[in-house]
Every structure is written in C-alpha cells, then in structure tokens.
Write a protein that binds this ligand. Sequence first.
Ligand code: UD1
Length: 471
Amino acid sequence: MRQALEQLLTPYGQQHLLTFWDELTPAERDALAAQIQQIDFAEIARLRSLADQQTDWLALARRAESPPAFRRSHGGESISASAARARGDEALARGQLGSILVAGGQGTRLGWPHPKGTYPIGPVSDSSLFRILFERLLALGRHYGVGMPLYLMTSPATHAETVEYLEAQQRFGLSADDLHFFCQAQMPAVDAASGRLLLEDKGRLALSPDGHGGMLAALVRSGGLADMARRGLRHVFYLQVDNPLLRVADPEFVGYHLLSGSEMSTQVVAKREPRDKVGNVVSVDGRLRIIEYSDLPDEAAKERQPDGSLKIWAGNTAAHLFERDFLERVQAAATALPFHVARKKVPYVETVGDRRGQRVEPAEPNAIKFERFIFDLLPEARRAIVMEVDAPREFTPVKNGPGAAADSPETVRATMIALHAEWLQAAGAEMAPGVPVEIGPLFALEADDLAGKIPTGLRVTQPMFFDGSQG
Ligand code: UD1
C-alpha cells in the first residue's frame, strides 16, 4: 500500500505525508490512505497557484452601486407588501417551499465545544438555536397545513453530535420524513510557503469543511436535490444556524421573490458602521454580488452619499431564497463555485529537520485554507432581488463568546427580549421594566399572532416564557 501511495504523492511533492508510516498501526495506515485517496492533488496545486492572484477589490468596490431593495412592510419597485404577502402565502399553502439550514461550521469564535445549533440562546427558556429555528418551521407548517421539509447540512466535525442531539429531542416536533441530513466535504490545509499538505497528527491530514458553498455539491451527492423535486418543492429558503430572530421561510420575502421572477433573492440590513462584519450586497454592471467584509477595502467601506448614509450600505443577513430550477442548473457547474483562499493558523506535526515528529502551534498564519461561499451564486442568477429588513427585529446573529461587545449571547438575548416585550405591549400587556420575556415560535411567529392569546390586562412582573409547544 505504501508504494502505491508514494506513486500517487511523488508527482505533487507530497511524499512527506508518509513520514511516520512505519510508526502507524494498521488501522491508522488504512485511515491515512483513505484520506489521501480522497484528495484531488492536481486541483490543490492549481488552487494554490491561484492563491496569489488576488481580485482587485478596491477597483470592484469603486464600480459598485447601491442595490435596489424591497423593504419589509413597505414593498418597492411596483410590488406592494400586501401583494407579496398574498403571493408568498399561496406558495407556502401549496407546500412548494423547502429549507436548507447550513450548520457545518465549528463555532470557534463562540467558544462552544458542540455544534453551534445546540447553543442555549433563549433568554428565559434557554432554548437552543436549533429548537427556535425548528419550531418556526413547525409553526409555519401548522399554519399552512403542509409539511415544511428541512435539509440540514452538517460537516464531519458536527455530524454525529447534531444527529444525536436532534434525534434525542425528537427533532423538536418535525417529522423524521421532513428532516434530511447531509454532510459537507472537507478540504486539506496546505503550508503557505511550500504548498505541502499539513498533518494534524502523524497519521491524519489537517482537513476542514469546504465552506457553506460546499452545500450544493453535498446536497446533490446526498440525493437531497432530487428529493426536493420528488416532493414538488419549487422554492428553497436558505438559512444559517446563528440568528434566532430570523423569519424562516417568510411569506413576504417569498412573495417579492416570486412576483419579480427572481432566481435567487437575498436579505439585507442597513449597516450601522462601515466595518460591520457582514457581506456587502452591491450591484456591479447590473448584477448583484457580495463583497465579504474581510475583502472590502477601508477606503470603499467608508465612502458616504451626499446625505451622509453609507454608499455600501447593504449588509447581508445570509438568508437567501433559491428557485430549485436555478440550483439544478448551476449544480452542473457546482465545481465552478470559486474557492476563496484564507490564511489561517493551523497546528501541525513537523515532518522534517530537528523538530521532526513534534507538534507546532504557529503564532502567525502559516497555512492556506480553501472555502467556497454559497453567495457566489448570486451573479449567476438571471434575475436576483434584495429585501431589506430591520436588524433589531430580524437579525441578531450570535457569533462571539460571552462578554464580547457585539453579537454575543448577551447582546442577542437583549435584542430578543426587547422585541418580544414590544409585541406584548402592542397586544395590551403591561410590562414591568427590565423583566425578561420570550415568545416561542409555536406561541406566536409575529406580533399579530398574539391577538387573543394573552389575557386582557396581563401584567408581566417576572421572567416569562410564552412557550406554545405544549398546546
Ligand atoms: C457570514 C457571511 C456574511 C454574512 C454573515 C451574516 C460568509 C463567508 N460570510 O459571516 O457574509 O453577512 O454570515 O451573519 O458566509 N458553515 C457551514 N460550513 C462551512 C462554513 C460555514 O455550514 O464550511 C455555516 C455555519 O455553520 C454558519 C454559516 O455557515 O451557519 C456562517 O458561517 P460563519 O463562519 O459563522 O460566517 P460569518 O463569518 O459569521
């Protein structure tokens, strides 16, 4: 076996991966061989050679124009909010909508040693992100009297624990038939200077998820896209795991998307600061695209309109809507979703010199990682539209660990409490100041759903969770 592997690796200068072969147990050898056989070394070499060809982001940002956007409850471009809502209601009631939840990330910034979706975010209930998002789907399904199938993407790092957690919770009420798990692929990390693949351990390559853009290929491989066709799903809502206020499969959004004949639609919020950590939705040469925050040069980020507002203002919430037809068309070219290159610190086992066999914890970025971003499909759509929503009502992602100034569990919970207190007040409740409240999706999906559900003259003087999952 060693000889065959050597023959495979030598043309690409990757023989160092076998440095510790003689020290490995037969099982470890098999595992390493399996990892090596899955790598497309020619592709890795090609990607690395492209790594230095950087896009001129400043030039691109200078050509960028502000994207036209529909606004929540206000409409725009000859489509009213009520027409959109009616059209969306119709599509949902016909059971034409499926959802894709990407949950393959490792939540490193949050510092939670489990899949991020299991994080207890509910300010009173301690409900996990998964529970809140699943209950939204369940509530919609009950409202429209249809199934709301969910395609959930994990990665090798999150798969087993995610499946086990959700099964133990009986999928928070979603039927087994409506939940389709699929697992994304991985890419190797390469040493930035030499292009050699890194070993995480003597018998294991350093691999990491191939980005949420790996979703499409993984969905196709798992049979998920074919399953959508079989079920007659025509529109696909795409969501990330980190935003508990997200209006999953929102009918108004679906309506703008359908009435404008869009193939891919995306939601934005107005950025507060030039350097907010969100993708920037812009229009370049008449096509929508996203410039990730890390790629947006300072000079372009800070540019303002005569009225003082930011020129590049539209921050992406990463909630998208796809036509299934569109996914089918582009999936044939799924491998053409470009890889983005990131320089990262990746610990590794040294294979040469005095420190051979030792584990190295680099202080500076030493490696290149390759990731695909799903939003790169936006310019591929024949027609694409944008809908703007209010951040304090719909977008509060948990990204950072407790104590961080922004996007931390505390800031997210405070935003949830403020919104739900506002709903309760609008429904006639009297709120003692500073009392935490939380409304579960099965109790109410939006403010209007509270009508008739809370007792007249309700005074909230202690923490309350309006659950709805029992009834
Ligand atoms: C992301 C978006 C950003 C957007 C912001 C909104 C990217 C590159 N950036 O930023 O444009 O404004 O969210 O909150 O997407 N995931 C996988 N597999 C992977 C990598 C990620 O499933 O290989 C999933 C994660 O589980 C998560 C989501 O993708 O649900 C976002 O990943 P994350 O790394 O948190 O993106 P951000 O940098 O926060």
